[in-house]
Design a protein around this ligand. Structure first.
Ligand code: FRU
Length: 487
């Protein structure tokens, strides 16, 4: 089922739902819920919907030592189609606790779904800003009419209990040349003022990030829009701003960017721009756009700073409208989030992602060896494999049953045609490979190249039996470490 039709309309979001109605439905579906938990395709160490549908991570924050991970959640997909904010908590990113959904579609401002949003913390209070989606019934195009995108605030002192909803902005508060697609707020503080960014589509079909400012977190005024000199897609979703040292970045998900060889090969894109801006004037400079991920299944990531000061990213392990088969659908659930990744800036000033240190706690039995002696191991579906390559010779890495990662003539290609359910090839040009770190879960693969300078994220659907890892190549030199992964 396509999530968004040609009019930009969300097929699955139909009816509003209040908490009581949700709890009643949940009670009635206990058997289905238990069946989902027993599905052998369930992931072992990723966040996935307790049942039904999951998309973007939302409201990410750490409060009093507990990480709160909210997400776009439709427990009864595809039968009912009402979106909520689902909720998981963790202290270590290994053990997760499922919580009751946090935000329902229970006001006139978000009656067709509390869409994506982010958290901002100050003096012990968490402020969640999100988009209330409202879709009118009738003959509308849902791009320039028929839709409200309301900016809503809720607060929480503990991440579990929430204030009343407060409506902050509606369509008429956005710039006059905007379509009815303005959403996914994120708030931060710079130069002793509050700023909010929102993803946007103009009536001319140009994507941008809108910047608003405020002195009290409640009254917002429009300041400017971030946009490259040449239009880059018709809509930008899920913007994030982050600052690591003196490096400022904007992340966003542009839609409508044409494919160009290995670049922009997915239906919608996701990446970052270096930002040069003082948050006072109206002059800014955006660097070029870099893709955050080179695989088939990565979109709508959200970043946050934890209590230890680390910038952590979680993404949605899917791309909307990609059209791939998802065998889990038959078993009552679909999609998942990526593993958590810590962001850092490399010597070239590029934003890179490495698996969060906590994931070392998943490591089970370790086997290591030198590549000179070859690599050929039988494996279970869940493992972590690290290759430290001394020489950047051509190679072919066989992963599990039939996934292939090969490096030839300065191109690194992931071939999933044997196990991708519609996923075929993705690749990139890269002059040297010195490290590969692969996280495999029952039905997912995340491949970090050169300490996360590039990443390939994909779902994988193979037999999960008689799996192996094998590396072939010329004059391979280096070492490998293999760990089975489990809780
Ligand atoms: C991105 C997105 C957001 C929106 C949400 C709705 O995947 O389309 O722009 O807020 O999903 O579920």
């Amino acid at each position: 089922m396509k999530r968004i039709n040609e009019n930009g309309e969300y097929n699955m979001v139909k009816s509003p739902m209040k908490k009581d109605a949700y709890l009643k439905h949940f009670q009635e579906r206990q058997e289905e819920y238990r069946r989902v938990q027993q599905d052998p395709l369930r992931l072992q160490y990723h966040i996935q919907p307790p049942m039904g549908w999951l998309n973007d991570p939302n409201g990410l924050c750490q409060k009093d030592g507990i990480y709160h991970i909210y997400f776009q959640y439709c427990p009864f997909y595809p039968e009912l189609g009402s979106i909520f904010w689902g909720h998981m908590t963790t202290k270590d990113f290994i053990h997760y606790e499922e919580q009751e959904p946090a935000v329902y579609s229970d006001t006139p401002w978000d009656c067709n779904g509390p869409y994506s949003g982010a958290a901002y913390q100050e003096n012990g209070t968490v402020f969640f800003f999100y988009t209330g989606n409202v879709r009118y019934e009738g003959d509308y195009n849902y791009v320039t009419d028929g839709r409200e995108q309301n900016t809503i605030l809720i607060t929480s002192e503990d991440g579990f209990h929430f204030s009343e909803k407060q409506l902050l902005m509606r369509n008429e508060d956005y710039p006059a040349d905007m379509s009815k697609h303005v959403r996914d707020p994120q708030v931060f503080r710079e130069k002793e003022r509050y700023f909010m960014i929102q993803g946007a589509r103009s009536v001319k079909d140009e994507g941008s990030i809108l910047l608003f400012e405020s002195e009290d977190l409640r009254n917002w005024s429009y300041k400017l829009r971030f946009q490259p000199e040449q239009p880059f897609g018709y809509m930008w979703e899920c913007p994030n701003y982050l600052k690591i040292g003196e490096h400022k970045f904007l992340l966003t998900c542009p839609q409508g960017v044409p494919a160009n060889g290995y670049d922009f090969a997915n239906v919608y894109q996701c990446g970052w721009f270096a930002l040069d801006y003082d948050f006072e004037s109206t002059d800014y400079r955006l660097g070029s756009f870099h893709q955050l991920d080179r695989g088939f299944d990565f979109y709508a990531p959200q970043v946050f700073k934890d209590e230890a000061g680390r910038w952590i990213l979680l993404g949605w392990m899917a791309v909307p409208d990609s059209g791939y088969e998802e065998p889990t659908l038959e078993n009552g659930w679909v999609h998942a989030l990526t593993i958590p990744r810590e962001l850092y800036v490399n010597e070239a000033g590029c934003l890179c992602q490495r698996p969060l240190k906590e994931l070392e706690g998943l490591r089970g039995k370790r086997v290591c060896g030198s590549l000179e002696k070859g690599l050929h191991e039988a494996t279970l579906p869940c493992f972590e494999l690290t290759l430290n390559l001394k020489a950047a010779e051509d190679f072919m890495l066989h992963i599990r049953e039939s996934a292939l990662l090969f490096y030839q003539n300065g191109e690194l290609v992931l071939d999933m045609s044997g196990c991708g359910k519609g996923r075929t090839f993705r690749g990139l040009k890269i002059s040297k490979i010195w490290k590969l770190q692969i996280f495999s879960d029952t039905t997912s693969l995340e491949i970090f190249v050169n300490d996360g300078e590039e990443v390939f994220t994909s779902r994988i659907y193979d037999s999960m039996e008689s799996l192996e890892i094998r590396m072939d190549g010329q004059e391979l030199s280096g070492s490998w470490e293999y760990d089975s992964c489990g809780k």
